[in-house]
Every structure is written in C-alpha cells, then in structure tokens.
Ligand binder design. Structure first.
Ligand SMILES: [Zn+2]
Length: 285
C-alpha cells in the first residue's frame, strides 16, 4: 500500500483495470498485503470490479498521507464481498466513490480511478484478495476468475430448520464456544454475512466459518411406525402391539398418508399397511 516501485511485470492481462492491461509495481509479500498496479505503460487507469459482489467497506474523502498507517493508509478504498468466500479490496482511489455500503456491484463495472490517497508514493491501485477471511496472493487473480466452488455457499431462509456441527461465536464476544443447542430455526438473516443466526432460546450468536451448518430436510422429520418383530398377519394386532390406535378411523388416516388409496379395510390394503409397518416405513399420523 505504500511505495511505488518500478520493477514489475509489464503489460499483463488484467481484469481489474478498464484498459485490461497492467504493470505490477510492487508484489505481494510478508510486508505488503496486496499487489500494486498501474495501467499499461505506467499510465493511470480506471478500476474495474473483479467479480459480482456487495460492497462491505468503504472509505472516502481522503487525500495523500505519506507515512500513514492502519486503515488511513489505504486512502479511499472499497472492499467487496463476492459471496463465494472471496473478498477484494481496492485502495488509494480518487475521492468521490459513487457507492455506499451494501451496494451491489457487477463484474466489469467501473468502481473508481487510481490515485494516491492514503500512504502512497505515486498514483496506483493496491489490490488485495482474501479467501475465507485469509489474505491470499492476489497476483494470480489479476487475470483469473475466482473458483466458484472454493466455498460451498449455503442459502437459508427464515424458518429453515438447521443443524450446526462445530463452534460458534457468541453475539457478545469473540470467544469460540461449543453450542449447547445444535438444532434450531433460522430467525434472522444478516445481509452479507455468510452464516445466519440460529434460535437458541433467543440467545445464540452467529455460526462461524469453522462450523458446518446443514439444512434439515423437513421430509426427514416424518415419524415412522415400526413393528419389525411382528410375525402375524393382522394389521390390527400389529398396531395394538406397539400401542397405536388400530381403529378403522385411524387406519383410514394411516392409509391416506401412506398412499394407500380409498381405504375400505380390504385385505390387500391391510396387507400393504402391515408390510410397511414390518419394515418400519409406515408414516405416522
Ligand atoms: Zn500496496
């Protein structure tokens, strides 16, 4: 994010500059959290959004401030969540970024112009990429799309039943905790957050990336009646043995939810019901 070294590759294909070519002026390293770029033949170019995403951080209104540290050193910048595990950051832009937090941006859209805001010694773009909140070398992504299956994105709706397996972070601290409650209903979806809130007596934090969260298919919640030890031939006896109402009315209800049509208590219908019960596959009312 600081010095503009003239050392890099030349005329590299580039997804993030309007003229599609760039020169690298400073590489990613332990001391440099991104890669510095200028346009072809060391020109100033407009900055293009790498991939579709949502703006999650924005800083604007800053001028050049050589030697600054921390967030100010980025100058005017945007951070975009591509919602597939990848985030990109574009720093040292010119003032007047025409976006606000939460705005959606498209691949190829102009998002700003190179400048020298923040800790910069010349106009350039400082570009960072993170995957699952860990910085990665952005160099390969200058001219390459993100891998779509880097992170499986799970989509939820309010009311979905889910199960979590792992740790979660409480809503009041960063402490990692073992969840006491591992199943619940989604009660809130946080825009741009990867994982939603879960119900836990109204008090559970968001599930962090180390947790596995899976949707519980409602159809798997169906309860089945089972009497696998029964060796006789009477559905009535078999139901009685497991203390299930064996009346005609109840058998009619069982028939209708087990796809036994127009139940009249015929022997073939009862046999079908009994076979399901013996296999533990008779859906419960
Ligand atoms: Zn830089």
């Amino acid at each position: 994010m600081n010095n503009l070294y003239i050392e890099g590759g030349n005329n590299i294909d580039c997804l993030i500059l309007k003229n599609k070519k760039c020169e690298i002026t400073n590489y990613y390293s332990n001391n440099h959290s991104g890669i510095d770029l200028v346009g072809e033949n060391y020109t100033i170019d407009s900055i293009i959004c790498h991939s579709d995403g949502v703006i999650i951080e924005i800083q604007d209104g800053l001028t050049n401030k050589k030697g600054s540290t921390g967030i100010i050193s980025y100058g005017n910048y945007l951070k975009i969540d591509h919602q597939n595990g990848y985030k990109t950051l574009y720093a040292h832009m010119g003032k007047g970024i025409p976006f606000k937090k939460g705005d959606k941006v498209k691949k190829g859209q102009v998002i700003g112009i190179m400048s020298d805001s923040g800790n910069a010694y010349g106009k350039h773009l400082h570009f960072e990429v993170s995957l699952n909140n860990k910085r990665v070398n952005p160099q390969e992504y200058i001219n390459k799309e993100f891998s779509n299956n880097a992170v499986p994105i799970l989509k939820y709706n309010i009311g979905d039943k889910v199960k979590i397996d792992g740790v979660y972070i409480s809503s009041t601290s960063n402490e990692k905790l073992k969840p006491a409650v591992t199943e619940g209903k989604i009660t809130k979806i946080i825009e741009n957050a990867r994982n939603p809130y879960l119900l836990n007596n109204g008090d559970i934090g968001w599930v962090n990336d180390e947790s596995i969260i899976s949707k519980i298919d409602n159809s798997s919640q169906v309860k089945y009646l089972s009497n696998i030890n029964y060796t006789g031939f009477s559905i009535v006896d078999a139901l009685n043995e497991i203390n299930v109402d064996s009346s005609y009315l109840n058998r009619s209800k069982l028939a209708s939810i087990n796809d036994i049509q127009n139940y009249i208590g015929s022997s073939s219908q009862n046999e079908k019901m009994l076979n399901l019960l013996k296999q533990g596959k008779l859906k419960s009312v």
